[in-house]
Write a protein that binds this ligand. Sequence first.
Ligand SMILES: [Zn+2]
Length: 165
Amino acid sequence: MRSKNIDWDKCYDIDFSCPYCQGKDNDECEHCNNGRITTMHNCVYPLEYAKLSDDNKKIAISCGLFMFEDELGDRWMSLIGNGEDFSPYILKAYRLLESYIPPEWGVEWRKNYHSSLSEKDHILNAKACRVSLKDEISNAQRKLKSIESYLNEPVVKKMESKEWV
Ligand SMILES: [Zn+2]
């Protein structure tokens, strides 16, 4: 799971319509321009589990993120908000939409994000980051154990001694 850069001008199939304005007479709100979401950056973040429903799109927007599907059917988030550091909101969006925070975002947690989010959201983000980082540690430990046992196998030891002779 990695972020990637996107060229919005070449994305003809993406639905930029605002989930708050759809089907309403006045087709503009605080989140959009003429019913259309405006993205801020070329970087997009992958989603694995969240379905592209209006409710989920609204959750994403409440975190300052635009949720969309590309031509391959993959789903992504991109930033629409202003501010210095978007990370606390990205953590929150992953927590709410995917029910977990990816480990690479888990390490983004900072004590001072408290000023960006409500106390409750900050604590929930911290707890979700703790879970994903603990999982990451146990995955790394499992891999390390497997590598250690491979390197300690008699055949590998033989080859190793040959190599250095
Ligand atoms: Zn709108």
